[in-house]
Design a protein around this ligand. Structure first.
Ligand SMILES: [Zn+2]
Length: 67
C-alpha cells in the first residue's frame, strides 16, 4: 500500500524532500519511502551528505522531482 506519510522503516514523518531524494537515489516509481536518517544508513553515508544532495538538486533546477 502506498505510504507518502511515514518512513517505511522507522515510522518518522516524511517531508517532501525525503520523498524526492528517495525517488532520485533509489526508485523513481517508489510508493513507500525512507526518511533521511534511514536513507543515509542504507547508503552508509552521513545525513549531512544526503541533505547536501537535496540542496544541490534543488539549486540546480535540473531535476523535476525538486520543483
Ligand atoms: Zn526512518
Amino acid at each position: 500500500m502506498p505510504n507518502y506519510k511515514t518512513c517505511s522503516k522507522c515510522g518518522a514523518a516524511l517531508r517532501d524532500d525525503d520523498i524526492a531524494i528517495y525517488r532520485k537515489l533509489v526508485n523513481r516509481g517508489a510508493e513507500e519511502f525512507l526518511c533521511i536518517d534511514c536513507l543515509s544508513l542504507r547508503f552508509g553515508c552521513t545525513r549531512e551528505k544526503i541533505e547536501r544532495l537535496i540542496a544541490y538538486y534543488r539549486e540546480s533546477g535540473e531535476c523535476t522531482l525538486f520543483r
